[in-house]
Write a protein that binds this ligand. Structure first.
Ligand SMILES: Cc1cc2nc3c(=O)[nH]c(=O)nc-3n(C[C@H](O)[C@H](O)[C@H](O)COP(=O)(O)OP(=O)(O)OC[C@H]3O[C@@H](n4cnc5c(N)ncnc54)[C@H](O)[C@@H]3O)c2cc1C
Length: 432
C-alpha cells in the first residue's frame, strides 16, 4: 500500500513539475513571438549561442543574466528571446554548469564587421591600435584591459625613443573604459600623450539609463590599483572614474571630436574639431556606437536636446519633440506618449514612414488615432528655444511649446571611418 501511495505522490509531483514547466515554456514562446514582431530576436552583434545537445536546462543562464529576457527555457532547453538586447557580459556562459554557451559575433546569415587586430591590438596599419568594443569585444573590464595592454605594447616598442620633439607618443581617442585604461597606462609609462572624447568621460556607461545595474569584474587600474567591483550602478561607476581621474591627475579633453586621421612621414596627424595632433601612435578607443547625426539648427546645443532616449519614465507632463523617421524615433515617440501627461510631437522631413518595422507602424497608427502622438510629416525644425521650437511644415511655420527634444536621425558608424583610412575589416558569421 505504501508503495502505491509513494508512487502516486511521485507521479503527482512530476505532473506538477511538468505543468509548471509547460506554463513557463508557453510564456517564453509568447515572449519570443513578441521579440520577433519587434525585430529584437535577431542578434546584431555579440550574443550567446546555446548548444542544445549539451544544455541540461538548469536555468542558471537565465538567472545569471542581469539584462531582461535575453534567454528563456523552452521544453527544458535554453532559447534566445531578445537576442539583440545582449550586451555581452558573458554572465550566462560563466554560469552554465555544463559549458553549453559560447559568446559569438553575428549569425550564419547576418555577418558582423570586426576590424582585424594583432594580439597586441595593432591594426593592419602599423601605429594604429584598436581597443575595447570597437575591436568587437565589449564589456567594461575587457575594454579597460585592452586599452591598458595596447599602450603597454606601444611603450615597449618606443623604448627610449619617446617624448621626442613636438610629436605625441600616442593620441588616445575616446574616454570610455578602453580610453581610460589606455590613458592610465600612458601616464604610468611616462608617455607624451593626449586623450580626447567627442562627448563626456565614461563613454557608453555615461549613456546608460539612470541607476542601471552594472555587472563587472575586478580590474587593475594603472596608477590607482585594483578595483574590486562586481555589481554596481551607473552612477557609482562614473563617480569611481572621476575619482580615479582626479587622483591620477589625468587630463581628458572632452567635447573634442576626431574628424580625420592622415598618415605623415613620422606617423599620423589626428584632426579634431578643435585642432590637430601629430602622433607616432593612435589608439582608437571609440566604441561601436558612432556619432549621432545632428540637425545643425540654432539652439541644438541647449541641454534639453539629446540624441538617445534612455529613460522615458523620467518624463511626466512634458511637451516633447522627437525628430526622425526611423524605428528609433517612432519607438521613442510611442514610449514617451505612454507616460502620463506628456504631449508628444514626432517631426519627420519625409512624406511617410516607409522604413519602419510593420509593428511600429501599427503602434504608431494606434497612438495617432488615440491622439497621444501628433505627427508632423514634411516638416523641418528651424530653431530650438528654451521653451518652444520653431517648425516649418509644408511651407508653413508654427511654434510649439517644448520642454525636451530628442533627435534620432541616425549617425556615422565607426566602421565607415575605419574603412576610409584603410583598416582591414573582417566579417564574422556566428563565430566566437
Ligand atoms: C545598455 C548597455 C548596458 C551595458 N551593461 C554592461 C554591464 O553591465 N557590464 C559591462 O561590462 N558592460 C556593459 N555594457 C557594455 C559596455 O558599456 C561597453 O562594452 C564598454 O563601454 C565599451 O567601452 P569602450 O571604451 O570600448 O567604448 P565606449 O564606452 O563606447 O566609449 C567610446 C568613447 O569614444 C568616444 N568617441 C566615439 N567617436 C569619437 C570620435 N570620433 N572622436 C572622439 N571621441 C569619440 C565616445 O564619445 C565614447 O565616449 C553595456 C552596454 C550597453 C549599451
Amino acid at each position: 500500500m505504501s508503495y502505491v501511495i509513494s508512487a502516486a505522490l511521485i507521479v503527482f509531483v512530476i505532473a506538477l513539475y511538468l505543468r509548471a514547466g509547460s506554463k513557463k515554456t508557453k510564456k517564453v514562446k509568447e515572449k519570443i513571438a513578441r521579440a520577433e514582431e519587434y525585430g529584437f530576436r535577431e542578434p546584431t552583434t555579440i550574443h550567446p549561442k546555446i548548444d542544445p545537445a549539451r544544455c541540461i536546462g538548469s536555468g542558471a543562464c537565465v538567472r545569471a543574466c542581469p539584462e531582461k529576457d535575453i534567454i528563456g527555457l523552452i521544453g527544458g532547453k535554453g532559447a534566445l528571446i531578445n537576442a539583440s538586447h545582449c550586451v555581452g557580459h558573458g554572465a550566462c556562459a560563466e554560469a552554465c554548469p555544463v559549458g553549453a554557451i559560447k559568446l559569438v559575433f553575428g549569425t550564419e546569415t547576418r555577418g558582423v564587421d570586426i576590424p582585424y587586430v594583432t594580439p597586441d591590438f595593432e591594426t593592419n596599419i602599423k601605429g594604429i591600435f584598436i581597443a575595447g568594443e570597437l575591436g568587437g569585444m565589449g564589456l567594461i573590464k575587457n575594454a579597460i584591459t585592452q586599452g591598458r595592454q595596447a599602450v603597454e605594447y606601444i611603450s615597449c616598442r618606443l623604448g627610449s625613443d619617446r617624448g621626442q620633439g613636438g610629436i605625441y607618443d600616442a593620441v588616445i581617442v575616446g574616454a570610455g573604459p578602453a580610453g581610460i585604461g589606455a590613458s592610465l597606462m600612458a601616464a604610468k609609462k611616462g608617455l607624451k600623450f593626449v586623450t580626447l572624447d567627442q562627448g563626456d568621460i565614461g563613454g557608453t556607461v555615461f549613456n546608460y539609463p539612470r541607476h542601471k545595474i552594472v555587472m563587472t569584474s575586478p580590474v587593475d587600474l594603472p596608477l590607482y590599483g585594483n578595483v574590486r567591483l562586481r555589481e554596481t550602478t551607473k552612477e557609482s561607476l562614473l563617480d569611481l572614474w572621476m575619482s580615479v581621474i582626479k587622483k591620477t591627475s589625468l587630463e581628458i579633453r572632452t567635447g573634442e571630436k576626431m574628424t580625420g586621421l592622415a598618415r605623415e612621414a613620422e606617423g599620423f596627424r589626428v584632426v579634431t574639431s578643435k585642432g590637430e595632433y601629430p602622433a607616432r601612435n593612435v589608439v582608437l578607443a571609440i566604441g561601436r556606437r558612432g556619432t549621432p547625426r545632428k540637425l545643425g539648427v540654432p539652439g541644438e546645443q541647449l541641454p534639453k536636446v539629446t540624441y538617445s532616449l534612455l529613460d522615458p519614465e523620467q518624463h511626466r507632463d512634458h511637451s516633447l519633440l522627437v525628430v526622425g523617421g526611423g524605428d528609433s524615433a517612432v519607438e521613442a515617440a510611442i514610449a514617451l506618449a505612454k507616460q502620463s501627461g506628456n504631449n508628444v510631437t514626432l517631426s519627420y522631413r519625409g512624406e511617410s514612414f516607409k522604413r519602419i518595422k510593420p509593428m511600429n507602424k501599427t503602434r504608431l497608427d494606434e497612438a495617432i488615432s488615440k491622439k497621444s502622438v501628433s505627427v508632423a510629416l514634411n516638416s523641418n525644425v528651424l530653431e530650438i528655444r528654451e521653451n518652444d521650437v520653431r517648425i516649418e511644415t509644408e511651407g508653413k511655420e508654427t511654434v510649439i511649446k517644448n520642454d525636451y527634444v530628442y533627435i534620432l536621425i541616425g549617425g556615422e558608424l565607426p566602421n565607415e571611418f575605419l574603412h576610409s583610412i584603410g583598416i582591414k575589416i573582417e566579417k564574422k558569421f556566428g563565430t566566437a
